[in-house]
Design a binder for this molecule. Structure first.
Ligand SMILES: *Cc1c(COP(=O)(O)O)cnc(C)c1O
Length: 218
């Protein structure tokens, strides 16, 4: 099933890239493995998926030693008391949602002599319950985080609200892209999940994060 799902996903990525004239090889597919077993993950890796996304540090640590040759992405909310472990295993932390978290990452990365790649999570939808920076705060946040020597901002991440019609997610993605274009054109955009990745790619996603589309019966 994983094999069929991956072929289907790749086909869909190629189709939308063809439509909007972007190179499908430039879209990084992060395979979201929270709640999946090591066996399932190893199957996905053997089928060519080399980017693994986890949302809890503890769960990632348990899997980390059993899965090699992949790039690890932290996509869930990161608590400051987990940062010390997180910087040891994650190549990219997508979910930086406060300046104090970035400062803690900087502190722990310095201890292991690492420059930690991060994305700033943006609350595009303005929903009070969700974590992430508000759009209007971003310039100020950026100038604070820029000072940190052991943290490097690589881009922006957002989670679109769950909507019944995927088209309704489009404005959130386009908002993130406009923000990126305004602040730093080099930054990557991590946006799009199983239900909305095609719209996200059409709006310029560089990184998509898929769980169910890879592991669940479609
Ligand atoms: C779980 C999760 C995903 C993957 O969601 P699916 O709907 O299973 O594709 C992507 N991003 C984040 C931040 C997640 O927590």
């Amino acid at each position: 099933m994983i094999k069929e799902n991956i072929s289907r996903v790749k086909h869909r990525i190629e189709q939308v890239c063809g439509k909007v004239k972007t190179d499908p090889d430039k879209v990084t597919l992060v395979c979201v493995t929270k709640g999946r077993t090591v066996a399932q993950i190893l199957e996905a890796v053997s089928l060519g998926l080399k980017h693994i996304g986890e949302s809890r540090v503890q769960e990632a640590l348990e899997k980390y030693s059993q899965i090699s040759g992949v790039t690890w992405h932290m996509i869930g909310h990161l608590q400051s008391n987990k940062v010390k472990e997180a910087v040891k295993i994650f190549d990219l932390i997508h979910s930086v949602d406060s300046v104090s978290l970035a400062q803690e990452i900087n502190k722990q990365a310095l201890k292991i002599n690492k420059v930690q790649g991060i994305l700033l999570e943006i609350k595009t939808s303005g929903e009070a319950s969700k974590s992430g920076f508000a759009l209007q705060d971003l310039s100020e946040v950026w100038s604070e985080i820029k000072k940190l020597k052991n943290v490097r901002i690589k881009g922006l991440m957002t989670i679109a609200p769950i909507v019944s019609d995927v088209e309704a997610a489009r404005p959130y993605f386009s908002e993130l892209r406009q923000l990126r274009d305004k602040l730093n054109s080099e930054w990557l955009l991590s946006m799009g999940m199983s239900d909305d990745f095609e719209v996200a790619i059409a709006e310029g996603a560089d990184i998509i994060r898929l769980g169910r589309a890879i592991f669940s019966r479609q």
